[in-house]
Design a protein around this ligand. Structure first.
Ligand code: ADP
Ligand code: ASP
Ligand code: MG
Length: 419
């Protein structure tokens, strides 16, 4: 069997969903297939705005939510006319579920509420995709992934209970695949109490990799709006070139350092079972794209990754004493507690510096926890540039006319914090 993943860009409107159906008809006429789908276009951001408005008790909640509904009704109308009552009722069920949360108190835990509301995006998109596939004659079953992938209660960053989820997936999915293809939601999980969780932004790639691993897929394909993995984000590097093949190691390095093309957690479940990952273009489905597998690729080009919106936090001891392991331990415990990943770190004699994504809802409580023990300096609005397989020319090119605050060089990677 194989797993396809379609991201937001590939299902952003009715024409795109029709294109998805034609890719499935073309590339998987009979085979066993699980399709993992993200929310349409920018729906997750739109639902995030609904949650924020509700949380702040702003008057915009209704209007923001209405926009999300209208967008989905519009696409349903284009795909099914007004004929398919079942589709409209299924969409309505999801909208009513969200409405119930919005009728309740805003004083519930923000992350919990976020997941209950934002998860609607994937539920809605998969209803439309599954119904459309059935309409064009592809026998498809819609599956609620929350019944299969159980997570802990870390809302917004659910951690999968691997053994339980694997048992469920291995029990329920193969018999269905004998008859039908499956459409399910990326990015979502469910707790033991039947609440919805999400797996972290952009997490649908990871969901597809989890299914691939648990079902021992022959291969996994993610269909993107780019020709494959390039030597840099084409939105930022106009002459980026396609990389035909990548080893798992190269891929995990690129995504770990922030290449936004695949979620960093995607590689491990695939590598562990030696399942190849194909990154292909839904705009040019015939093209081969990039293959990620075991084989080592010689002659890798310089690959650049830009991480915008970074904040540098410098922790100074208050009495001019050295930064020692106990200090580092306190700092790292607080980082772990607030689930903050350090993108770069550097020791000094009386200071310790980290560069992290500037996510205020995580940074503020971190600083509260540590400000008694340290003097903390913050510098916002920075960018972290990572060049893998760097050359002096590549470094020069990507830092030209910019102030470099900090440089770290290893054998394969150079990282530069720039203004
Ligand atoms: P999805 O629709 O599956 O969620 P994403 O938008 O998350 O897809 O990922 C595709 C985007 O990743 C591209 O539009 C591109 O701008 C960006 N990107 C960043 N780095 C790279 C890279 N090295 N190669 C290709 N695309 C990249
Ligand atoms: N829809 C989710 C997001 O935008 C998950 C995903 O697209 O992978 O983050
Ligand atoms: Mg994505």
């Amino acid at each position: 069997m194989q797993v396809f993943k379609f991201g937001g860009a590939s299902v952003k409107d009715a024409a795109s969903i029709k294109n998805v159906a034609s890719i499935i008809q073309q590339f998987n006429p009979q085979g066993k297939l699980v399709i993992v789908v993200s929310a349409m276009g920018k729906t997750t951001n739109a639902l995030e705005a609904v949650v924020n408005a509700f949380h702040e008790q702003s008057d915009d909640v209704e209007a923001l939510f209405q926009k999300v509904k209208e967008q989905h009704w519009g696409v349903a109308h284009e795909l099914f006319g007004s004929a398919d009552k079942l589709v409209y009722e299924s969409l309505e069920d999801i909208f009513s579920g969200v409405q119930r949360w919005l009728n309740g108190t805003p004083n519930v835990d923000y992350n919990f509420l976020y997941d209950q509301v934002v998860s609607a995006g994937e539920l809605l998109s998969t209803i439309l995709v599954a119904a459309y596939l059935n309409k064009v004659g592809v026998n498809t079953e819609w599956i609620d992934v929350r019944q299969l992938l159980q997570t802990n209660n870390t809302y917004r960053e659910g951690v999968i209970n691997w053994e339980y989820s694997q048992n469920r997936i291995q029990k329920y999915i193969p018999p269905i695949l004998e008859q039908q293809i499956i459409v399910t939601q990326g990015f979502l999980g469910g707790t033991i109490e039947n609440f919805t969780t999400t797996l972290g932004r952009e997490g649908s790639d990871y969901t597809a990799a989890v299914f691939s691993n648990m079902l021992n897929a022959e291969k996994m394909t993610v269909w993107k709006d780019v020709p494959g993995i390039l030597s840099g984000d084409p939105r930022l590097v106009s002459d980026a070139t396609l990389i035909n093949q990548l080893s798992y190691y190269e891929a995990i390095e690129m995504t770990y350092y922030g290449a936004k093309v695949i979620h960093p957690k995607t590689i491990k479940p695939l590598q562990n079972k030696q399942i190849p990952l194909f990154v292909r273009s839904f705009k040019d489905p015939e093209a081969a794209g990039t293959k990620i597998h075991t084989q080592v690729q010689a002659d890798m080009p310089s690959v650049v990754v830009f991480n915008k919106n970074q904040i540098q936090l410098s922790f100074f001891t208050k009495d001019f004493s050295f930064i020692v392991e106990e200090n580092l331990s306190a700092i790292y415990s607080a980082l772990a507690k607030h689930r903050i990943k350090t993108n770069l770190s550097q020791n000094g004699s009386i200071s310790f510096r980290v560069c992290v994504d500037n996510v205020p809802y995580k940074i503020e409580p971190l600083i509260n926890d540590l400000q008694e023990a340290f003097d903390i300096r913050q510098e916002e609005g920075l960018e972290l540039v990572t060049v893998r397989h760097y050359t002096p020319e590549a470094i020069e090119r990507f830092t030209k006319d910019r102030e470099v605050l900090l440089t770290q060089k290893g054998r394969e990677n150079v990282q530069l914090v720039v203004k």
